[in-house]
Design a protein around this ligand. Structure first.
Ligand code: SF4
Ligand code: SF4
Length: 466
C-alpha cells in the first residue's frame, strides 16, 4: 500500500488527537468522586459456581502459578477450596488467604482445561471486589488514582510516555545504583523500581493515529479502532500497523474519542471505576456504526464483557450489550477478510504465544493461526505450553514481581527450546513481559505483535524483514 493511496480525512492528526485527549480528560473528572466499596461485606461468590469443582486436579498442569510454586494453595483447585471455606464462614478473609487468591494471574488456563465446566473467571470476578477491600489503604488509593486519573487520560499518559523516554535516553536506570545512601527501606524500594523497570520496553515516539483512513476504490465497510492506553503509549507502532492492515482490507477506519477499557481497574476489584469507564466508552462510540476493533487482547476481552459488567444497571444494560456485540479482536476481522496482494515472503522462524485474554477469555484460537498460515516463507514453530500465561497478567508483574518472573522463566525456556527467532502475540502486556524475558536470558529474539508481521508482509513491500 503506498502512502499516496492511503487517504486520510484528518489533515491535522496531532491537533485532533490533542482534542481527543482534552475531551477524555474533561470526561474523567468525576472519577475522583468515586468511593471504594464499604468494608466488611459478606462473601458474595455464588455457591453453585464453587460447588461445580469436583477437585479432580486436571487443571493443575494448566496453571502457571502452580507449576511455578508446586503449591496446592497456588492452584485453581486449592484456591476454589479456600474460597469455599471463606464463603461458608469457616475462614475469614485474612491477608494470608487473600494473598493466595491475589497470586492468581487471572489467566483462565484452568477454565479451558477443566472438564467439569467450572467457571473460574466468574468465581474470581465475584471475589475481586472483596479482595480490594482488604488491600493496604495507601496502596489502594494509589491504584485507584492510577485507574481513574491516569489510564483514562490520554494527555497524562502521553506526558508519562515522554518522561519515560527522557529517563531512558538519559540512562536514568543507572541512577538506581548510585543511591546506596537511602538505607534498607530505600534499597527495597530501589530494588522494586529496578525490577519494574526491567519490564519496560524502549518507549517509542508517540505518533497520533489519524481520525479516519481509507483506500481509494471499493470499500468493505466502516470500523472503529480501539487503540488502548498501554498499547498506544508503549507500542504505538502496532496501532499504526493495525490501521494499515484494516485499510488494506478496504475498510474505512475511524479512531473516535475513547478512554481506557477499564480492564486493569476491574481485575483489581475496583468495579465502580470499571463501570464508569465502560459507560464513557459506550457513549463515545454510540454516534458511529460498525465493528469496534480491539488491537489488544486484554482490551477486547474487557470491551466484550461490558454487557455482563452492566447487566444489573437498568439504564445501561441494553446499551452495554449492543456495544459488546460490536467488538471484535483484530485477528477475527482480518481472518474474515482478504488482502488484495500476495504477502511478501518473510524468512523467519515464528512461534506463537497465545495471549490469555485472547485464547482463554475470548476463546479465539483459529484466527491467529489462520492469518499466520497465509504468510509465505515463514516457518511456524510449535511452542510447548504456548497457551500458558507468560506472567504479565495486567499489573501482576508489578504487584507480584517474584512470582511473575518465575512464571516468565518457564515460558522463556520453552521459547528457547523451540528455536524460534521471532515470537508473536497479540497483547501489549505479553509483549513487554516476553521482551523483558528475552533481555534477561540474553536471547536474540524478536517479540512482535501479530499485526506487525502481517504489516511487514502485506503493507510494506519494500521494507527489510530483519
Ligand atoms: S477446576 Fe475443574 S479441573 Fe480443576 S479441580 Fe475443579 S473440576 Fe477439576
Ligand atoms: S486463572 Fe491462571 S493462575 Fe489463576 S488459578 Fe487459573 S490457571 Fe492458575
Amino acid at each position: 500500500m503506498s502512502g499516496k493511496e492511503n487517504q486520510q480525512a484528518d489533515s491535522r492528526p496531532a491537533d485532533q488527537a490533542a482534542d481527543r485527549s482534552e475531551s477524555t480528560r474533561a470526561e474523567s473528572q468525576p472519577l475522583s468522586d468515586l468511593v471504594p466499596l464499604a468494608q466488611g461485606q459478606p462473601p458474595a461468590i455464588d455457591p453453585a459456581l464453587l460447588s461445580a469443582c469436583i477437585h479432580c486436579g486436571i487443571c493443575l498442569p494448566a496453571c502457571p502459578t502452580y507449576l511455578a510454586t508446586g503449591r496446592e494453595t497456588e492452584s485453581p483447585r486449592g484456591r476454589i477450596y479456600l474460597m469455599n471455606l471463606w464463603q461458608q464462614g469457616d475462614q475469614e478473609l485474612s491477608p494470608r488467604l487473600a494473598e493466595h487468591l491475589e497470586s492468581c494471574l487471572g489467566c483462565f488456563g484452568c477454565q479451558t482445561a477443566c472438564p467439569s465446566g467450572v467457571q473460574y473467571e466468574k468465581i474470581l470476578n465475584q471475589a475481586r471486589p472483596q479482595l480490594a477491600e482488604i488491600r493496604p489503604p495507601g496502596l489502594r488509593r494509589l491504584m485507584r488514582f492510577a485507574f481513574a486519573q491516569i489510564l483514562p487520560d490520554y494527555r497524562r499518559l502521553q506526558m508519562l510516555g515522554k518522561l519515560l523516554r527522557v529517563w531512558q535516553s538519559a540512562g536514568g536506570e543507572k541512577l538506581f545504583s548510585a543511591l546506596p545512601w537511602l538505607g534498607k527501606t530505600g534499597a527495597t524500594l530501589i530494588g522494586s523500581l529496578r525490577s519494574w523497570q526491567s519490564f519496560l520496553p524502549p518507549v517509542p515516539e508517540h505518533v497520533p493515529l489519524p481520525r479516519q483512513s481509507w483506500l481509494t476504490g471499493k470499500k468493505r465497510g466502516q470500523v472503529q479502532l480501539f487503540s488502548g492506553c498501554v498499547m498506544d503509549i508503549l507500542y504505538n507502532q502496532v496501532n499504526h500497523a493495525c490501521l494499515r492492515l484494516l485499510t488494506a482490507q478496504r475498510n474505512i477506519v475511524q479512531v473516535p474519542d475513547q478512554t481506557c477499557c477499564g480492564a486493569l481497574a476491574f481485575h483489581a476489584g475496583e468495579t465502580d471505576i470499571a463501570c464508569e469507564l465502560a459507560k464513557r466508552n459506550i457513549e463515545l462510540f454510540q454516534s458511529q456504526s460498525g465493528q469496534i476493533v480491539a488491537t489488544a487482547a486484554g482490551c477486547g476481552a474487557m470491551l466484550k464483557s461490558y454487557g455482563e459488567l452492566l447487566e444489573k444497571d437498568a439504564v445501561w444494560s441494553q446499551r452495554a450489550r449492543e456495544f459488546a456485540a460490536r467488538v471484535v479482536d483484530l485477528t477475527e476481522i482480518l481472518s474474515q477478510g482478504q488482502f488484495s496482494q500476495r504477502p511478501r515472503p518473510l524468512a523467519i522462524k515464528v512461534a506463537y504465544h497465545a495471549a490469555c485474554h485472547l485464547i482463554h477469555a475470548q476463546r479465539i484460537r483459529e484466527a491467529p493461526a489462520e492469518l499466520l498460515s497465509r504468510l509465505e516463507g515463514i516457518s511456524i514453530i510449535p511452542l510447548v505450553e504456548g497457551e500458558h500465561c507468560c506472567g504479565s497478567a495486567g499489573i501482576f508483574n508489578l504487584t507480584h514481581t517474584e512470582l511473575s518472573l518465575k512464571v516468565l522463566e518457564r515460558k522463556m525456556e520453552k521459547i528457547k527450546e523451540s528455536g524460534a527467532d521471532t515470537v508473536v502475540t497479540t497483547n501489549p502486556g505479553c509483549m513487554l513481559q516476553l521482551e523483558a524475558g528475552a533481555r534477561a536470558a540474553g536471547l536474540k529474539l524478536r517479540v512482535l505483535h501479530l499485526a506487525e508481521i502481517l504489516d511487514q508482509a502485506y503493507c510494506q513491500p519494500q521494507a527489510d524483514s530483519d
